[in-house]
Design a protein. Sequence first.
Length: 570
Amino acid sequence: MTAAIVCSDLSFSWPDGEPVLSGLTVSFGPGRTGLIGVNGSGKSTLLRLIAGELRPGSGLVRAGGDVGYLPQAITLGTRRSVSDLLGITAVRDALHAIEAGHVGEELFAAVGDDWDAEERARAWLDRLGLRQLGLDDRVEQLSGGETVLVALAALFLRRPAIMLLDEPTNNLDLDSRRRLYDAVASWAGVMVIVSHDRELLGLVDQVPDLSAGTVRLYGGNLAAYEALVAAGHAAAERAVSAAAADVRRERRDLVDAQVKQARRDRQGRKVAASGSLPRIVAHARKRHAQESAARSGQLHAERLQAARDRLEDAEQAVRDDAEIRVELPATAVPAGRTVLTVSGLAGARWHPAVLAAAVGPARAAAPAPAGWPGCADPSSVAGEVTPPGVLAELVVRGPARIALTGPNGAGKTALLRAIAGPTALPTVVVRRRTVVGYLPQRLDILDDSRTVIENVRSAASVNEVRASLARFLFRGERADRVAGTLSGGERFRAVLASLLLAQPSPQLLLLDEPTNDLDLASVRQLTGALEGYRGAILVASHDLPFLRSAGITRWLRLDRHVGLTVTHPL
């Protein structure tokens, strides 16, 4: 085959009859392909069809080579070892037996050409930042991020002709993501990646956009794709403006024609009343005038309807992933006003057991690494400089935008939850000086049995709530949809609306990995909404492009072995 993957007239529906793909035809050749699309468009389903995990309802899927697949959710037996996950246990057992002096033919057959299996496995684990793992370590000892990285190492070690990666950077911290980027950039085979990670999508060679069951293919990486889409959006917006102008012109022409016809009708009635024309001639003229008026009226009505149809088509061409633009003046915080103080951080115990709510003795924070660079602390009094090393107290003033970074398991979520109020950390004292809004990783703050407008009203007693929801792209009947029926992107916008439109307005916003599982359109919408937010923001995230677009003014790093430190912009 010319292409490594070919999907021909591919259709798939879930057992309840809900269609996902219908008549899809697409092919992926050598190189790195970044498959994008709004949540629910069928990207993960397509990968599962290519991997053979699902059977199409109709059509064909052909893969020209061995397929390796990394799903979003990795299910592993806890009794298995790292070696099992890497798929080299049988080879290792045979190698160890041969080294012990056994010469059975079956042992050499088990090894095959993989005499360096352990060395290659160790090399990939080290390359992906898993130097601390042993090949005999159990899966139950791995964190979520480590599990993803071991699964990736297994794929790279296997060297399949085709590699399918579904959101591979989920659960990975910044260091792990960078190692993954290096591995992806060096891969020479066929790779199809479903991701919303902008840096990862910057490494691809082409971007197919799966939308409404069809794929539009764009050459180049994400930046090239976005430039082309922006040009298309601009053209679509111009078409909407032109169509709207046509509607206004046709409406004016219809009114003018009606006014002129009314004037002719009055003149005709005056002539008929004067008796200057024979009755038969007057009746003939009247009938002709009526027929002419009907034809003219129908012609103008048809032109007006045609203009309205063009406007509707033009508006439909403007995709529904428009950015959120909303002004939230009630969230404004004056510069210098303290909105949050968190003390006792230097004595906090950033240990997994403590972070899991177990109570243990306080541990003094480890000293800062030698040579840690000091830098100005924007939250401190003007002119003061925070000493290098561990922060004993976090003070947030004014409309500061603070990024909280650090490796997985360091305690970022635990700290945010302690600030928000649901949980507490030993030795940590939180003083909130304003209303706090908290967006957890799981978007579970909506009542699925209520409509969008009811959910927002329960959290926000605002006038013109429908107008406010329209700014979050819930226009007309969409605001009356039940929350349980929303797509992933719609649900995120509803959660964001209920959070930002709450009364009293939150002047401190806590965001915990807000871009996890969001499509690119939703990330843009979040960025747009935050542009209208005027309060303070504390956001935990590994998504550097998002953090940079959010206008971060201060960068902090939380490390379990060090504590909370000020760091340079990333």
